[in-house]
Design a protein around this ligand. Sequence first.
Ligand code: AMP
Length: 146
Amino acid sequence: MSLHGTYDPQNIFAQIIRGELPCYKLYEDDDVLAFLDVFPQSSGHTLVVSKKAAARNILDIDADNLCKVMRVVQQLTRVLVEGLQPEGVQVVQFNGAPAGQTVFHLHMHIVPRYAGQGLGMHASSKADPAELEQLQARLVKCINRL
Ligand code: AMP
């Protein structure tokens, strides 16, 4: 069952954290990494992961690392709202395949929502790399101004 089980250190986010796979990094500290979703459901869709906790989901992660992740989620939500001016923002997290989870390393989604624009399909269409690069540069500037 995907809700329970053993953490797989070869999952895609673990590989990104180890630097074995690239990402459009927005923020990193000793404990937390944030990067753009490459199959975004809206412009600015961001993922925030713990670098220290080998946790599949919210059931597995220790409270200390969860708090560190959530601190960054709040900071980046503020940055995304200020930088991209969406009319709304969703902060979501899925646990287990039936709930929509596809990568089994705990992560929070920050999804800006723009008035009149529907939500893209989850994990389905790959964004243009040039657009992701531009967005990354724009958001990193906003983060560096903090
Ligand atoms: P979830 O379905 O909640 O497990 O979310 C996993 C998210 O990871 C989805 O929104 C995917 O679009 C996203 N994703 C998958 N592979 C990558 C990748 N290599 N870099 C960035 N985001 C990814």
